[in-house]
Design a protein around this ligand. Structure first.
Ligand code: TYM
Length: 327
């Protein structure tokens, strides 16, 4: 079976874009998958250490609440398997500064900053180390991360060419619908964790009332037709994608169903569907958050399982690159 690995950053609250683009699919295909709260990736921009700790716990709890089951998959915190930093260093000597500078995320986050951390430039190499450490075949992500997975493929291929066949070359998988969920207030921009647009971002833990309010005030267009056309009707298309994923109904069927309903009825249906889609997670979250000791136990088991895979990969890598064995 193809091994799946993916990660999510503990910065800001998990939103419906994360859920549709990635986490919902992790849950659906979780058997033997490896999923990670990438705390080291959350350190590339200025941050507060106490917030990092609490957001790591909160996100891990939310992943369990979403339906990841520690009996079926491995869920762990990135920094609990510290050899990922060693592999990052080794891959740093294979990746080039030129290719890292070309990454869209680096350009967007670094743009206009007086000074950026070396970690921000190196972010995709740490991500490559995550993926390659666990002999990953498939990386379920949203569209914004596919460039980083392409870089991972390039680095792994180059490594294998230089040092012999050592690393599994992975590929990204994106969902057919909802690979890039847009901000409800600005439907040409991606929905994101930064708090720039609270009204345009549906959080997984939002109360039903808040979800309904945000969907009802979503920006659409001056037309009345419910039709999927990302260029001409970005707002309506985004709502159609959300409704399709939340109800499991193909977009063309929804276009037929709501063709003449008007935007008011259509938005009402989207709001109701999202409330139901997210309800089980919100309800389980409250229960799980009440028992942090249980979470810590799950994460310890996850780290031990991940560590066993990682250490076998590192033995191969160290030998391939010419590092001396310790015994
Ligand atoms: P992060 O934490 O920004 O996002 C987690 C996942 O959510 C997806 N996503 C979206 N999908 C659809 N629409 C959106 N608006 C949207 N916004 C976010 C992301 O594509 C991602 O799949 N660098 C990664 C974390 C990471 C990782 C890894 C992922 C670190 N190491 C190894 C895969 C494999 C990130 O910042 O994701």
């Amino acid at each position: 079976m193809a091994r799946q690995f993916s990660g999510i950053k503990p910065t800001g609250e998990m939103h419906v874009g994360n859920y549709v683009g990635a986490v919902g699919r992790w849950v659906d295909q979780q058997d033997d998958g490896i999923f990670c709260v990438v705390d080291l990736h959350a350190m590339t921009m200025p941050y507060d250490p106490a917030d990092l700790r609490s957001e790591t716990v909160r996100l891990a709890t939310l992943l369990l609440a979403s339906g990841l089951d520690p009996q079926r998959c491995t869920l762990f915190v990135q920094s609990h398997v510290p050899v990922v930093a060693e592999l990052t260093w080794i891959l740093n000597c294979v990746a080039t500064v030129g290719e890292l500078r070309r990454m869209t995320q680096f350009k967007e986050k670094g743009d206009g900053q007086e000074s950026v951390s070396a970690g921000l430039l190196d972010y995709p190499v740490l991500m490559a180390a995550d993926i390659l450490l666990y002999d990953t075949d498939e990386v379920p992500v949203g569209e914004d991360q596919t460039q980083h997975v392409e870089l991972t493929r390039d680095v792994a291929t180059r490594f294998n060419h230089r040092f012999g066949d050592t690393l599994v070359v992975p590929k990204a998988t994106v969902p057919p619908v909802g690979a890039r969920i847009k901000d409800l207030q600005n439907p040409t921009a991606k929905m994101s964790k930064s708090l720039e647009s609270p009204q345009g971002t549906i959080l997984v833990l939002d109360e039903p009332k808040a979800i309904t309010k945000k969907v009802k005030s979503a920006v659409t267009d001056s037309d009345t037709e419910v039709r999927y056309d990302v260029e001409a009707k970005p707002g309506v298309s985004n709502l159609l994608a959300l409704l399709s994923v939340a109800t499991g109904t193909p977009v063309p069927d929804l276009e037929t169903e709501y063709a003449t309903s008007g935007y008011g009825t259509f938005k009402g249906a989207v709001a109701d569907a999202l409330v139901e889609y997210l309800r089980p997670t919100r309800e389980r979250y409250a229960e799980l958050a009440a028992d942090p000791a249980e979470l810590a136990r799950f994460l310890a088991v996850g780290a031990a399982r991940a560590e066993a895979i990682a250490s076998a990969t590192m033995d191969r890598v160290r030998t391939a690159v010419g590092l001396l064995a310790t015994r």
